[in-house]
Design a binder for this molecule. Structure first.
Ligand SMILES: [Zn+2]
Length: 201
């Protein structure tokens, strides 16, 4: 982030000598959380980039729970770097949305912001296709079965009309209930080629 025209590292606050969000040392430390995992579900893939721990967890929590909407920029920089390094092929970008009332409460939807900023950086089309139909409890404290019940049929997808493979961003993968429900909505709406890109797992 730039303060008085100077750039400082988002993590250690050291001064940066060129435009950016992280110093070389911190980027190297963040790389330690990289896991770059791919798993196959019924008819779609899930890519996850980082372990949800340490500095990376701190960044995500700061972004989501401390009204730090500007954090989308360092997160997008980080994500783009690892997408390119791992040669992931993206054709368009979308996201798993929050419920509109929750977004209104927080003031922003981190994944919507991330998909938009990343799409701009990587010159990809930004697509909105999923809607969360109702309020859902935070999954954090729920058991896998309860998560499934909580999220059942909570998404709707716009009718398919896109001739590009869709990438859907989400922040944290735990039991897979969210991706499963989102995938169900996409399949129901006629989408066939899509994959999820999850920040951390
Ligand atoms: Zn640093």
């Amino acid at each position: 982030m730039s303060i008085f025209g100077r750039y400082t590292c988002e993590l250690c606050k050291e001064e940066l000598f060129s435009e950016g969000f992280f110093c070389q040392k911190c980027i190297k430390e963040l790389t330690a959380y990289l896991r770059m995992d791919r798993s196959e579900e019924e008819g779609y893939y899930i890519y996850s980039l980082f372990f949800y721990e340490g500095e990376l967890k701190r960044l995500i929590r700061k972004w989501k729970f401390h009204h730090a909407s500007y954090m989308v920029h360092p997160m997008a920089e980080l994500l783009e770097k690892f997408i390119l390094e791992n040669k992931l092929h993206l054709e368009s970008l979308s996201y798993v949305p929050m419920y509109r009332r929750k977004k209104w409460q927080r003031g922003f939807d981190p994944m919507e912001d991330l998909a938009k900023v990343l799409a701009r950086r990587m010159e990809l089309p930004f697509i909105t296709c999923l809607t969360r139909l109702r309020w859902t409890k935070s999954l954090y404290s729920l058991k896998p079965k309860e998560r499934e019940r909580e999220l059942q049929d909570c998404f709707r997808a716009d009718p398919f009309q896109l001739e590009r493979r869709l990438t859907i961003l989400d922040d944290i993968y735990t039991s897979g209930s969210t991706t499963r429900e989102a995938a169900k909505a996409l399949f129901d709406a006629g989408y066939q080629e899509f994959f999820f890109l999850i920040l951390s797992r």
